[in-house]
Design a protein around this ligand. Sequence first.
Ligand code: FO1
Length: 319
Amino acid sequence: MKVVVLSGGVGGGRFLLGVREYFGGTDAEITAIVNVGDDMWLTGVRIAPDLDSIMYSLAGVNDTERGWGRAGESERVSAELRAYGVGWPWFTLGDLDLGTHLTRTHYLREGLGLAEATRRITARWPLGVTLLPATDAEVETQVVTAEGIMHFQEWWTRHRAAIPALGFEYRGAPDSQPAPGVLEAIAGADLILIAPSNPVVSIAPILAIPGVREAIRGASAPVVGISPIIAGAVVRGMAEACLTAIGVETSASAVALHYGSRASGGILDAWLVDSVDAGVVDVIEGAGIRAVAVPLWMTDPATTAEIVRAAIAVAAEPV
Ligand code: FO1
């Protein structure tokens, strides 16, 4: 079985732990197509937060308390960079994490694409999941605010999404193309899952790469999304500020309708909502998307594997 997961960073990593758990011991091939909109050049190195968050989670070396970066991290280099006045003082590059950025930059400078660089970097650990950046191109999410347009990281990490966003731009996306292997993975999939990642700044930048949305719409595999919203609240992160900016209510049903049914120009065949949102199943089904309510808290890989079981069950239901 070939499973493709569209994914952002931290929530996506957590979800992929459950996907790997569910398929453990089988010959399933799991491929994550990962957002690169959070990426940027900083102090001469290329940072790819979502790829790294997923890699560290699957490798079991992530900082679970802080929610990003490596466990057991030190920050001596970052302190030096601050003393020199380079980089962003509010964005800390841990010493171990910098090893990843230097390696990626080394490969990029050698002329490799991000997908090949990622393949070489991830080969270090038996992740059980192939990580594919959505594109090799430098597609970066920019946030339009009344105070000007800024990189996603500045809005998210520095300002904690407190400056109202007026819109989002996926700079570079229109001229980009999917990374090698992305369209092939989608076309060859038996199941496509949309992780419970931020719809606006994690999944939308992937869908903005020309050809990706069309490939999903044309795929023979069922497409099942998992709601990142439970009881009108974002499971983690600051997605409400993003959804509000694009005029989408922060609810499990509004996000499903925003993605839309494949039958009517969207990308979904089915959508999982949390048990507490069982009341909106009818609304979603009314929009031509099969819906089922199951517990969606990703407490640990075993609990998350049950979400994957439910996604497979709903995918198998007759249309
Ligand atoms: N998040 C923070 O809140 N503060 C930081 O200093 C920070 C540094 C950082 C460095 C590398 C990296 O891969 C991620 C980092 N993050 C940091 C997380 C990141 O900014 C965002 O949470 C994600 O991009 C959103 O998915």
